[in-house]
Write a protein that binds this ligand. Structure first.
Ligand SMILES: NC(=O)c1ccc[n+]([C@@H]2O[C@H](COP(=O)([O-])OP(=O)(O)OC[C@H]3O[C@@H](n4cnc5c(N)ncnc54)[C@H](OP(=O)(O)O)[C@@H]3O)[C@@H](O)[C@H]2O)c1
Length: 325
């Protein structure tokens, strides 16, 4: 049974390892069958995992539907987070594009209704904005949508899934007091949330979902210059051109440094322990479409934080890049 942490001011006790459900039935991920991914989710629930992150945009609601079906069939209970996709379908949010094009009030309500139907529930545990632009902080639409959806009992808590590699862009939204959680890229390569976002989340008791803890697979140590992705998979673009060689070299240097420091764990285990070593993190949500990954990752929760000398080695391996662009 993985350990739990409190998800900020929601007060929920969530497992330190959650389930990232982008690849569950997802058309942007290839290489494993839908049944493999469902089996992985079932195994995770069986082992006690109780937090799942999905989105209406993940294969147009199919990920949400598979989660609903799996929870129904297993009888397991879990907190489910989902997201309102940007109306203009642009990830990340672009400066200068107003909230009317991205999260107008009526659209936020309609999108939530669609997720309620897909999830087969009357109330969504955690609804999140799938992109964020701090220029919208004073706008009425998102504030009213939060208030009305909560009041109507359709959403329990609200969060922001922060734009890739822009952790500070959510600071002013947190200041409004309307946000219960943030979801942010946090891994050995992108340690930037430690600067301003995490201290503010601790101070304001905001729950933190650490996303992409394995840098889309870079931090699994399995990517080499010869790795080939299905051209239809999102990672064919993420790791395009010379990037696989770049990742391979960075990971080799990281692994050598860890070995010299006496760390013998597999790299994915160290990568997840790195995230959980920060007390601001409530849960990390790796994508897991294989039972063996679920078993390895959930066991990490029992290992506790990394020792200080390993954390100081990892500090040296932060890497400022943006492969999403
Ligand atoms: N904008 C947003 O809001 C946003 C963006 C991205 C992600 N997310 C959320 O964050 C979650 C996690 O991110 P992600 O899935 O994109 O990337 P990730 O968790 O960094 O990496 C997933 C990759 O790691 C592999 N993996 C997992 N555990 C492993 C292990 N123990 N050993 C070896 N390989 C392992 C998976 O293998 P398999 O391929 O075999 O499954 C998959 O290829 C998503 O599922 C989604 O819920 C949100």
């Amino acid at each position: 049974m993985p350990k739990t942490r409190t998800l900020g001011r929601t007060g929920w006790q969530v497992t330190e390892i959650g389930y990232g459900a982008w690849g569950l039935g997802g058309n942007q991920w290839r290489g494993h069958s839908e049944n493999d991914a469902i089996a992985a989710l079932r195994r995770a629930l069986d082992l006690g995992l109780n937090f799942i992150d999905s989105a209406l945009a993940y294969n147009e609601g199919h990920s949400e539907q598979l989660i609903a079906r799996t929870l129904r069939e297993t009888g397991a209970s879990a907190y489910v987070a989902t997201k309102i996709p940007p109306k203009n379908r642009l990830w990340p949010a672009r400066p200068g594009i107003g909230i009317q094009d991205v999260f107008p009030y009526d659209y936020c309500i309609a999108s939530t209704e669609a997720s309620l139907r897909n999830l087969g529930v009357e109330t969504i545990d955690l609804q999140q904005f799938h992109v964020w632009n701090p220029e919208w902080v004073e706008c009425d639409d998102w504030r009213r949508a939060i208030e009305d959806l909560k009041q109507a009992g359709k959403v329990r808590c609200f969060g922001i899934s922060i734009n890739d590699h822009q952790p500070a862009s959510a600071l002013t939204a947190i200041d409004t007091g309307l946000i219960d959680t943030v979801q942010v890229i946090y891994n050995i390569f992108d340690q930037s949330p430690e600067k301003e976002l995490f201290p503010l989340c601790l101070q304001r008791n905001i729950g933190v979902l650490g996303r992409v803890p394995l840098d889309e697979g870079a931090l699994t140590g399995t990517i080499t210059p010869a790795t080939r992705f299905d051209p239809a998979e999102f990672r064919a673009s993420y790791f395009r051109g010379d990037r696989k060689r770049e990742v391979f070299e960075k990971v080799n240097s990281l692994s050598a440094a860890l070995r010299s420091a006496g760390c013998v764990d597999p790299l994915p285990v160290t990568a997840l322990r790195f995230c959980l070593s920060n007390p601001a993190v409530s849960t990390v949500i790796p994508g897991m479409r294989q039972v063996r990954n679920v078993e390895e990752n959930l066991a990490v929760s029992l290992s506790g934080p990394l020792p200080a000398h390993i954390l100081s080695v990892l500090k040296q391996h932060a890497w400022d890049k943006n492969y999403y662009s």
